[in-house]
Design a protein around this ligand. Structure first.
Ligand SMILES: [Zn+2]
Length: 170
C-alpha cells in the first residue's frame, strides 16, 4: 500500500481512500441485489430513494495533494461565508471604520482595525482548514477524482463512509 502512487499528481506515494457508489433504482427496474434507501438526512427533498449498490472505489492520494484540496476548499468556504449578510455587513462596517480613521490621519487606528480584519479572516481560514483534516474530506476528494469515470459506467450516487452510514437496507 505504501508503494502506491498518488493518482492526482502521479509522483508522490499516497494512501488509499475509499468511498461507496451506486445508482438510483428506477420503479420499472427490479433490483437483483438488496436495495438501500437514503434517509431524509441525505435527500434534500425528504423523499426516500432506493439505490442499487455498485461497490467500493479506492483512490490513492498523497498528503500534498490532499493539503492543496483542503486549502482550495477552505478558501471557498471563507468566500461563501464572507458574503453572508451579517458577515458582509461586519466587513463593510470595518472597512468604513478603517477609511474614516485613515481620512482623519489616524494611521495607527486604521492599521489596528485592518489588522483585526486580516487576523479574524486568517483565523477563520485556519480553523476551516483544520476541520477538513479528516478522512471524510479525503473521501470527498476521492469522489471528485473518480465520479466522472463511474458516471460513464452508469453509477450516479456516491457516498463517503459517514454518508453511507445513513443508508438503510430494505
Ligand atoms: Zn499527489
Amino acid at each position: 500500500m505504501s508503494t502506491m502512487t498518488c493518482e492526482r499528481c502521479g509522483t508522490a506515494p499516497g494512501t488509499q481512500h475509499t468511498f461507496h457508489y451506486g445508482r438510483a433504482a428506477a420503479v420499472a427496474d427490479p433490483p437483483v441485489a438488496p436495495v438501500y434507501h437514503a434517509s431524509a438526512y441525505l435527500d434534500p427533498a425528504g423523499h426516500v430513494t432506493g439505490f442499487h449498490l455498485g461497490g467500493v472505489e479506492a483512490v490513492t492520494l498523497c498528503e500534498r495533494c490532499l493539503a492543496r484540496a483542503r486549502a482550495r476548499r477552505a478558501a471557498r468556504v471563507i468566500r461563501d461565508w464572507a458574503v453572508m449578510p451579517l458577515v458582509a455587513a461586519a466587513y463593510v462596517v470595518l472597512l468604513i471604520g478603517i477609511l474614516t480613521w485613515a481620512w482623519a490621519g489616524e494611521w495607527a487606528q486604521a492599521a489596528m482595525w485592518l489588522g483585526v480584519g486580516v487576523v479574524a479572516t486568517a483565523v477563520a481560514y485556519g480553523l476551516t482548514y483544520l476541520v477538513l483534516r479528516d478522512e471524510d474530506f479525503a473521501q470527498h476528494t476521492a469522489v471528485d477524482l473518480h465520479s466522472e469515470k463511474l458516471r460513464d459506467q452508469g453509477w450516479d450516487a456516491f457516498w463517503t463512509d459517514n454518508e453511507f452510514a445513513h443508508l438503510a437496507p430494505h
